[in-house]
Write a protein that binds this ligand. Structure first.
Ligand SMILES: [Zn+2]
Ligand SMILES: [Zn+2]
Length: 257
């Protein structure tokens, strides 16, 4: 199996997974570059997976379906380009001989889902849309801090080796914020240097992994003393509970430049 991110728009990736013959794509915000890439590689599009309703994740679905006949799978509770198969928690999606489990991860949007496969050539794989980013998490457009924290907590319980395929290249700006939260985190400093090199060469910083994110992503580290102290130093009236600390961290990031 091969995994490849097609960069589109300013900072989106359309992830493609293929077996040299058939392909699946995730969150195609546009169709032209996907069709071009599939043709270049001689691949047939089998399946389109969608994580949530935002246009930069769904804008290419209708054209891709029409051009390739691919089936479309998306979240049960979001406005979606019909027709499609709608899936929710614990549903299984079979594609390219793999089985993906559907996880409901509300927060960024109310019906956001993710797709997790326990074994793609020996390692788990996660397509998480705009829920978990490397070094950060999605903005709370429709969900509550409690929902997003719960979603991220369940994602962080996946095996450390899980490759994390996020939809945006936000890593460097996320890491700038992460360093403001945890200036003493050595793993974070090392990862930042690595990502700066990658971006200087115009390479993606993704996929990340769950094991790495647990070491460097402040939104998965709200139980860490250093993260709690930083959140309370930033907003001294934050109550000392997990959801309030997470909410403070998310609001702090919204205003961070
Ligand atoms: Zn989104
Ligand atoms: Zn997006």
């Amino acid at each position: 199996m091969q995994l490849h991110p097609i960069p589109v728009f300013t900072d989106n990736y359309i992830w493609v997974l293929h077996d040299q013959r058939r392909a699946l794509v995730v969150d195609p915000g546009e169709a032209g570059q996907v069709l071009q890439w599939l043709e270049h590689k001689g691949l047939e599009l089998d399946t389109i997976l969608i994580t949530h309703h935002h246009a930069d994740h769904t804008g290419g679905v209708a054209e891709l379906r029409q051009a390739t006949g691919a089936r479309v799978i998306g979240p049960a509770r979001e406005p979606m380009p019909e027709p499609l198969r709608r899936v929710s928690a614990h549903d299984r999606v079979e594609a390219l001989g793999l089985v993906f489990e559907v996880l409901e991860v509300p927060g960024h949007t109310a019906g956001h889902i993710a797709y997790h496969c326990t074994d793609v050539d020996g390692a788990p794989l996660l397509f998480c849309g705009d829920t978990l980013f490397s070094g950060g998490c999605g903005r709370l457009f429709e969900g509550t801090p409690a929902q997003m924290l719960d979603s991220l907590t369940r994602l962080s319980a996946l095996p450390d080796a899980t490759r994390v395929c996020c939809t945006h290249e936000y890593t460097l700006s996320n890491l700038k914020f992460a360093q403001a939260v945890e200036p003493g985190n050595a793993a974070l400093a090392e990862y930042t240097a690595h990502c700066q090199q990658q971006r200087a060469l115009n390479f993606p910083t993704l996929p990340s992994s769950i094991g790495l994110e647990k070491k460097i992503n402040p939104f998965l580290r709200t139980r860490e003393t250093a993260v709690r102290r930083a959140a309370i130093a930033h907003a001294p009236h934050t109550p000392d509970d997990d959801v309030s600390l997470f909410a403070t961290l998310r609001e702090w990031k919204n205003d961070f430049r």
